[in-house]
Design a protein around this ligand. Structure first.
Ligand SMILES: Nc1ncnc2c1ncn2[C@@H]1O[C@H](COP(=O)(O)OP(=O)(O)OP(=O)(O)O)[C@@H](O)[C@H]1O
Ligand SMILES: [Mg+2]
Length: 383
């Protein structure tokens, strides 16, 4: 397969040009990426147009020294992208130092970033360099940068403007050569509008903004990611044989909306590998919220169809998902669902039996009508 359209940046490459190229070890398909993937090499995976574009942007951004602000929901791969930028940059032989700004108490964050002189405050028993000094010649990754308080923001801005850092309690400034990559999963522009984040710092950090897409907007990447994690986990567990999901379980994985994005998918694969006793991993091996998920509306159904475009999926499977989706649209009301589908109610009932979907009638005021699942079977709450 030609490598011109990358689906993975693998091993972060040694390429230093503005173009990602075959010599940058860009994997072209799942097989290719998994061959060159090992447990020590983090790999950004994706074959959707939006991910291919992201790889291309990362390839262009990496060789520069400009500050990058990576935004995106939790689990979309912000930290992985930050490491990719560092490892594709001329700074890759120097340190990549990361700090989670929300994990350090407000009172310690400045000492952590800038260092301190002995005796400056209680507990400062010795001179200590800060993370800026430790990242010298390399990259400092400020994760969850929105958590910095206004005092730390002011000091950070000064460091970025003057390119020098002064340890707390010290008199002299130390010149620093550090590239800054920051990440946040909150709306930093909104934080600026609300006065929680300095606008001057915001613009200094986001010279090159990078937005990571949510997994639900790139359903076509699910197959590739599942394959990638199955291979990766097998390798980490020292297993020769790579296990696979049944077609039904793969459908469930494709249809799930992944609110936790790639991290949730990775965890789901790990869960299935731990729970599954057979060579093939089935519905019963999936986390309950995935096994029990039913597409909530016809829009979901359209995206499911979209995800199937590259695969050959049995017509009966499409029919099943469509019937269940319409049934849910009508809150489990079979009469209305059958009318909307243009079939007899008896035909709908036969289909549901065939799918193992048991329609039960019960009334619970506090529970909205809709599809529910009991003991692994689908049941519907009906009017
Ligand atoms: N495109 C991808 N290809 C392969 N693995 C990925 C991809 N995106 C994310 N991952 C994996 O998903 C997990 C979460 O990624 P990461 O920590 O980079 O997300 P994040 O955006 O920083 O999340 P958070 O906001 O919660 O910190 C990691 O194990 C990472 O290796
Ligand atoms: Mg992160």
């Amino acid at each position: 397969m030609p490598l011109a359209t990358p689906t993975a940046i693998d091993g972060w490459s040694t390429n230093q040009t503005n173009e990602l190229s075959p010599s940058a070890k860009i994997a072209g398909d799942a097989e290719e990426s998994s061959r060159s993937t090992n447990s020590r090499t983090p790999t950004l995976i994706g074959e959707s147009p939006v991910m291919k574009k992201l790889f291309s942007v990362i390839g262009r951004v990496a060789p520069t020294d400009a500050s990058v602000l990576i935004t995106g929901a939790t689990g979309t791969g912000k930290e992985l992208a930050a490491r990719a930028i560092h490892d594709l940059s001329p700074r890759r032989d120097n340190a990549f130092v990361d700090i989670n700004c929300s994990a350090i108490p407000e009172t310690l964050i400045e000492a952590e970033l800038f260092g301190h002189q002995r005796g400056t405050f209680t507990g400062a028993h010795e001179n200590r360099s800060g993370l800026f000094e430790k990242a010298s010649g390399g990259t400092l990754f400020l994760d969850e940068v929105d958590a910095l308080n206004l005092s730390a923001q002011a000091k950070l801005l000064r460091v970025l403007q003057e390119r020098t850092v002064r340890r707390i309690g010290a008199r002299a400034n130390i010149a620093i050569d550090v590239r800054i990559i920051s990440a946040t999963n909150c709306d930093l522009a909104q934080a600026v509008a609300e006065g929680r984040f300095r606008p001057d710092l915001y613009y200094r950090l986001r010279v090159l903004p990078l937005q990571l897409p949510e997994l639900c907007t790139r359903g076509e990447d699910v197959n590739l990611l599942v394959d990638h994690f199955l291979r990766l986990k097998a390798e980490r567990m020292g297993q020769q044989q790579v296990r696979h999901f049944t077609p039904e379980a793969m459908n469930a994985l494709r249809e799930y909306p992944w609110p936790g994005n790639v991290r949730e998918l990775e965890n789901a694969v790990e869960y299935a590998l731990a729970i599954g006793m057979e060579d093939e991993l089935g519905m019963a091996d999936l986390p309950i919220e995935i096994a029990n998920h039913v597409p909530s509306d016809l829009h979901d159904f359209r995206s499911v169809l979209q995800a199937y475009m590259n695969d050959t999926v049995p017509l009966a499977e499409i029919e099943k998902r469509y019937i269940l989706t319409v049934l849910q649209q009508f809150g489990g009301n079979q009469v209305r669902a059958a009318a909307a589908l243009g079939i007899d109610r008896s035909k709908l009932y036969r289909r549901l039996r065939q799918y193992g979907v048991k329609a039960v009638k019960f009334f619970q005021e506090e529970e909205p009508h809709g599809l529910q699942f009991r003991g692994g079977k689908t049941t519907t709450t009906a009017h």
